[in-house]
Design a protein around this ligand. Sequence first.
Ligand code: FES
Length: 145
Amino acid sequence: MDRKQFIRTIGLGTGAIVFVTCVGGCSGSDSEDDPAPTTPGTTKLDFTFDVTSDANLVNNGWTIRNRVIIARSGNNYLAYQSNCTHQGNPLTYNAGDNNFPCSQQGPDHGSVFDANGVRIAGPASSNLKKYSTQINGNNLRVFEP
Ligand code: FES
């Protein structure tokens, strides 16, 4: 291998490394698909927000944040994974029945989870993952214990 050939080989190799590195690390965004925030140094979900600043929570009694459905139930806040355990469609909250129906209520769907996250209807085969909540003034902390 002569010098020119060697430099071309090294140059191509470096370009390929830069390309691979950038593809893996340059596509960051703050979309809803990003992992939920966590406490630095842990892998557990942990976030806090002002409940009066969330229009959905204020007006409808529930909201979805960081892949967690949060519902106001009396003076308490319930927090569960936001996607149905059947096929992953978003959940909703029914304040009248204090439960969490799947947004897909058509044929082959229709799962409903009670206020404890337990499946009470439909094809979902498992219960919801529960998160702890802690209110301090208007600030609600949602976290994994
Ligand atoms: S995705 Fe929820 S019941 Fe099918």
